[in-house]
Design a protein around this ligand. Structure first.
Ligand code: ATP
Ligand code: MG
Length: 438
């Protein structure tokens, strides 16, 4: 071999070695790069997978941050955008649901929705208050929640007729009206919606009104029947008897007229906006006037009448009503006292005036005391009627006291006497709603 060809061979070997080394290096670099890219790729895919899983589980706040410009980067942007939209949609739905819930719970009516198996689907707060219900009732049978035969009848009719209106039901001493309708829910399922309205206080008012009309009619009929009876026979009577009859008729006419005036006054006092005057009224002056009105009867019965009102004691209020109040109290004191005395006292107090009407009469036993301010309430009906009483006097007194922002109390001992104490503030302030203390 020549020198030249040996050199050539060495050169070729060297080049071959270098190529081999280079290929090994390149192969190693390629391997390293492949490993690096595949691990980066699979970590991105894993993050995207975890994102989709969280969204599927309802966590719409989840986001994936991939800083890539390839398809995986675009996919992550698209998924993030989807999650954002789902989150805003979900928030809108939640707000709508909260609003609906707030509306349902602010209703004064109770709302109950039942599914087709008659299990509770929804009940608002008012319903839960109306029928004191404890614990979660969703999914429970309606009769388990409200045990009521009335309600069962209503629901049976609702299932048959598809609609019920203004049906009454009693529950726990209260009265309700129920309206209901059946409607089609999702996938054609039948649901029942019922609305309960508590009308207990309306029913009580209706009853009070009916009682009032019955009482008033009865009280008017009594003197009317007497008048008619005497009038029918008066023509055939002797002049002496006629005079007696006329007196009886006059008494009954007066009684009717008093009753009508009392009823009118009571309705005026009970009206939603009773008009009362507010003037400076001299208690001493009106007390003297009222004393004169009962004096004759007191003298006839041999009773001592006393008035202890300091001159110049002023009350702010309606002079006519205040006189009426004193008259009713004094009239009772004289009417229900057979011997002894009747006293009217009036004195200034720190912030107002205290008036006391006391007697030494028959008294009122404790069980009757809480009721004497009710309309038409009389302890002894027969006796009061005989004395011309209808049981409206104290009810009028109570209203007058309330309208003047005052208070009334009564103390009594059967057989010893009764004392009514009225306190009136010096300025006719806000009327207090309940001002009687028995
Ligand atoms: N001073 C009193 N002493 C004993 N009982 C009284 C006295 N004041 C009231 N009562 C009892 O309270 C009842 C109610 O009194 P109220 O003044 O409202 O009715 P009345 O006197 O029977 O009739 P009216 O005043 O309408 O003519 C009376 O029927 C009576 O039984
Ligand atoms: Mg009376």
């Amino acid at each position: 071999m020549s020198l030249k060809s040996r050199e050539m061979n060495i050169l070729i070997d060297e080049i071959t070695d270098r190529i081999l080394l280079l290929s090994i290096i390149m192969w190693a670099v390629a391997l390293a790069l492949t490993f690096l890219f595949s691990s980066l790729f699979s970590s991105s895919v894993r993050r995207l997978l975890s994102l989709t899983r969280r969204i599927a589980e309802g966590d719409f706040t989840a986001r994936a941050i991939l800083k890539r410009r390839d398809e995986l980067g675009s996919l992550s942007d698209a998924l993030n955008e989807m999650a954002r939209r789902l989150q805003s949609l979900f928030e809108q739905l939640q707000a709508g649901f909260d609003e609906l819930n707030a509306i349902l719970n602010s209703l004064s009516e109770g709302v109950l929705v039942l599914d087709r198996n008659l299990n509770v689907k929804l009940a608002n707060d008012r319903l839960i208050e109306m029928f004191p219900i404890e614990g979660d009732i969703t999914g429970k049978g309606y009769l388990e929640v409200i045990r009521s035969a009335d309600l069962k009848g209503i629901i049976d009719d609702l299932l048959r007729e598809g609609r019920v209106m203004g049906r009454r039901m009693e529950f726990g001493g209260r009265t309700f009206t129920v309206n209901g309708s059946s409607f089609e829910g999702k996938k054609g399922k039948r649901w029942l919606a019922l609305v309960f309205h508590d009308i207990t206080s309306d029913v009580q008012i209706e009853r009070i009104k009916a009682d009032f009309v019955a009482n008033a009619s009865h009280e008017l009929r009594t003197p009317l029947t007497a008048i008619r009876g005497y009038l029918e026979t008066i023509e055939d009577e002797e002049p002496e008897t006629r005079r007696k009859f006329i007196k009886v008729i006059q008494r009954n006419v007066e009684r009717m007229s008093n009753l009508v005036s009392d009823l009118l006054l009571l309705s005026r006092l009970e009206s939603s906006e009773p008009h009362i005057r507010t003037e400076r009224v001299d208690l001493h002056e009106i007390s003297g006037d009222v004393m004169k009105l009962v004096e004759k009867e007191a003298v006839r019965k041999g009773l001592k009448l006393k008035m202890e009102v300091e001159p110049g004691t002023l009350v702010i209020g309606d002079p006519f009503l205040l006189e009426q109040m004193l008259l009713n109290l004094l009239d009772n004191a004289v009417k229900y006292t057979e011997r002894g005395e009747v006293k009217l006292k009036g004195e200034r107090e720190k912030e107002g005036v205290r008036i006391q009407v006391s007697d030494t009469g028959i008294g009122i036993s404790p069980e009757h005391l809480p009721r004497i301010f009710e309309r038409f309430y009389r302890v002894d009906k027969a006796r009061s009627r005989e004395l011309g009483g209808t049981g409206l006097g104290l009810s009028i007194v109570k209203h007058i006291v309330i309208l003047h922002g005052g208070e009334i109390r009564v103390t009594s001992r059967p057989g010893s006497g009764t004392t009514f104490t009225v306190y009136l503030p010096s300025s006719a302030g806000n009327p207090s709603r309940d001002s009687s203390y028995a």
